[in-house]
Design a protein around this ligand. Structure first.
Ligand code: ATP
Length: 202
């Protein structure tokens, strides 16, 4: 599974549709301070399902929408799409029929985010799991923020273990275990309620 193209439209400083084509080998992005290099990396995290506005350097998720400039009005939506080459069939089984997969996330003011994968409406969780199962995603240690190396050096052992889990490709399973535990807790509290009701009827 290889990322081949990132397309931004109305995302942060990228007000006009912009394509970043990722060829084989090393791709470098160079430019003066403030030209939008970090915004590109944030767009990649965002389309993979990032849901923390702080990770986008914003106060709310709508801050990713182009906020306007002296010569241009603000936009009402932002959209990022990521093209994935799935020739190696490393994407989850549901996408096995596709050589290419396009993931799209769009946020509209006052309406929140919507996702599409291979042309179908999907939930944020589906997109997050797709990338987690391929050992990547918005929290992948392969995406290194400024200051992150010193954070890792000072991190607690549990936080370091997450990185090893990501590298081992089991972070998707970890997420599923968490969801199963929540369901189990829900079922246990339902059983307790049933016991109470039976007791009242007896
Ligand atoms: P540096 O080299 O200093 O790290 P950079 O190339 O990584 O800079 P970014 O931090 O990606 O630059 O981009 C910052 C620019 O993005 C700023 O000019 C900021 O005004 C602009 N920007 C951020 N959010 C928005 C938004 N919602 N609307 C319009 N412009 C935005």
């Amino acid at each position: 599974m290889r990322f081949t193209r990132l397309r931004l439209n109305g995302f942060k400083s990228f007000v006009d549709p912009t394509d970043l084509v990722i060829h084989d080998g090393l791709t470098g992005v160079v430019g003066p301070n403030g030209c939008g290099k970090s915004n590109l990396l944030e767009a990649l995290r965002w389309v993979m399902g990032e849901n923390r506005p702080t990770a986008m350097r914003g106060g709310g998720m709508e801050d990713v929408i182009f906020a306007g400039a002296s010569s241009r009005p603000a936009r009402n939506f932002a959209e990022v799409s990521l093209h994935i080459d799935n020739a190696d069939r490393l994407a989850p089984a549901a996408f096995n029929e596709h050589d290419q997969i396009e993931i799209v996330r769009r946020i509209t003011r006052d309406a929140g985010s919507a996702y599409k994968a291979a042309g179908k409406d999907v939930r944020a969780r589906d997109v997050q799991m797709l990338f987690a199962d391929a050992s990547t995603g918005a929290h992948s240690p392969a995406l290194v923020r400024q200051g992150q190396i010193s954070e890792l050096i000072n991190a607690k052992p549990t936080a370091r273990r997450r990185i090893l889990e990501e590298a081992a490709g089991i972070s998707g399973l970890y997420q599923r275990r968490h969801e199963a535990e929540l369901k189990l807790k829900g079922a246990e509290s339902n059983l307790t309620r049933v016991d109470d009701v039976i007791e009242n009827l007896a």
